[in-house]
Design a protein around this ligand. Structure first.
Ligand code: DX5
Ligand code: ZN
Length: 221
């Protein structure tokens, strides 16, 4: 598999210079901007919303913006983020009243849709909606904060998700989020991921290009 995408999570960026940080990380070779939306209800933290997504578009960001909704309820935020210029929108199935409806809203709005699974959330939420999903995002930490340690059991779950995708015949990306860095990205790719969210591992380094290059070198091994 060669279509790997690296998606820096701006949760660990300097919010006082957000436009510049996003420009830098994209110029350093990132493919996607991962945008973490937390509501102090579904998760115990509060971050950024549609206005900030819109501001990045107005700033000139043309790369895909991967909106990870950690909010409940989800549907209102889906329509607001469609209007704000999101490209991909993922949500946690247990936070939606009607999963099928929320997924349809995303695609009808012209965005790619996806479900996010916490470390202990079973994959069976996919059973009846696989045809409406463009992306499966597995959390390898409990959501809410950057800088946590990768939970090793996620590797097995990645293998299960990869099998589900391959057997389905659908074109579905498999994204991983939490504790991803140069030291484990290869092992994670071998377990089946093709899209890698990394926040602290990129933004807490001085040279984003060197870090992203090192991740790609691991993926190419
Ligand atoms: C956690 C967020 C992640 C987070 C990842 O709830 O969904 O996207 O920013 O941060 P790192 O890469 O530092 O684990
Ligand atoms: Zn995220």
């Amino acid at each position: 598999m060669s279509d790997f995408k690296i998606a820096p999570s701006i949760l660990s960026a300097d919010f006082a210079r957000l436009g510049e940080e996003v420009d830098n990380v994209l110029a350093s070779g990132a493919d996607v901007v991962h945008f973490d939306v937390m509501d102090n209800h579904y998760v115990p933290n509060l971050t950024i919303g549609p206005m900030v997504c819109k501001a990045l578009r107005n700033h000139g960001v043309t790369a895909p913006i991967d909106v990870h909704l950690m909010v409940s309820p989800v549907d209102r935020m889906i329509s607001d983020f469609i209007d704000a210029g999101a490209s991909w929108i993922t949500f946690h199935p247990e936070a939606s009243d009607h999963i099928d409806r929320s997924l349809s809203m995303i695609r009808d709005g012209g965005c790619k849709s996806g479900l996010v699974f916490n470390p202990a959330t079973p994959l069976h939420y996919l059973d009846y909606v696989l045809d409406k999903v463009d992306m499966i995002l597995l959390m390898s930490v409990n959501p809410g904060f950057g800088g946590q340690k990768f939970i090793p059991g996620t590797l097995d779950k990645l293998r299960q998700a990869r099998k589900i995708i391959d057997e389905s015949g659908y074109d579905i990306r498999l994204e991983i989020d939490g504790g991803v860095g140069i030291q484990n990205i290869r092992e994670i790719a071998e377990a089946g991921a093709d899209t890698f969210v990394a926040g602290s591992a990129i933004f807490n380094t001085d040279d984003y290009k060197a870090t992203i290059d090192a991740m790609r070198a691991e993926l190419a091994k």
